[in-house]
Design a protein around this ligand. Sequence first.
Ligand code: SF4
Length: 409
Amino acid sequence: MDTFGKLAFLGRQMLLEPAEEVESARRSSGVPAPCGHTPAELGRIFGGDPRRESVSLSETKKNSLGIHEAIMPGGKRIKLLKTLLTSACERDCYYCPFRAGRDFRRATFKPEEMAQAFAELKQRGIAEGLFLSSGIVGGGVRTQDRLIDTAAILRRKLDYRGYLHLKLMPGSERDQVLEAMTLADRVSVNLEAPNPDRLSRLAPKKIFLAELLQPLKWAAEIRRTMPPPYRGRWPSLVTQFVVGAAGESDVEILQTTAYLTAALGLGRVYFSAFHPVHDTPLENVPPENPWREHRLYQASFLLRDYGFQFEDLPFTADGRLPLDVDPKLGWARLNLRESPVEVNRAGREELLKVPGIGPRGADAILAARRVRALREVKQLRQLGIAAERAAPFITLDGRRPATQLALGL
Ligand code: SF4
């Protein structure tokens, strides 16, 4: 296969890796999009040889090459190339299409080849940012070196200044984490499971604390204690969990999410509803309901942006979030119906607990009520608040808004 043939091949294999584009797209549609691929489709995607050996650059707009629309922090949209240095791997994680011994064709790039290929795509306006991961060959440390070499060629030799998300491999060393952080805009380690016990059911050869959590801890410590080398900021940190293949509860997932957010300052935790892949040990495990993934995202945003504590989340007796209700609404029904929030006196944290009021809405209320009291629902609407959603849980100058009666909540 030539370079762009390999990129097109790998692009098809990267469909399951959540990156910057995935949840943003889901949230903008307001609907939890499933992974988008049935097990049968995944079998085709990961099953056999690519039909094409070679893809010319003139064809790249027809062939995705793994390019996805991505939404950056701040809202800018870019064309992100999501790819791997190699789809070969010596590990055998039970859920993974790239696991060792699985019979399908692999593709591998040298660092210079990958860097040059991306630079060409960038120069032609086909890709604007890069998400680079890899299967593990020769150990996590050697694999990390190749990822860093690729990033260094891009930054230092080819003078690439655009967006770069670099994966940290299991077992990478502290110096490598630091070097990756001087090159990337975002670094990530996929924890895959919320604790060592659950990880052992997905990837028995991965060591949760020493191989996966430790690089994230180093990255957090570097961000906390060292001045950023250039551009005035360190890269953001993110991770990913596979949801629904290890019998884990939402309590376990969100306990770890709360720790990662509060203690390590992770910018984002991604959740990937499990889909079985043909010819893996988990091929007969049923796919996870995509609504579970969506509820986990909602709960993680409550922990990160809305001042919710883990203990606030409305779990059911079996440790799950209810699938039929947004967790913020579930919490408010339990806690605010009898004790509504007075919009003219509540602090920012209290306002953020009200369904329909987000961080921007809370700030708008705080600013508006300095000028005059908020007495009518239409004033909330003018501030961009989802007033009908908020109405059952608030008072306006001591009075319940009239609209709540119509909702019957
Ligand atoms: S180490 Fe990564 S690429 Fe290799 S089998 Fe595990 S999840 Fe797949």
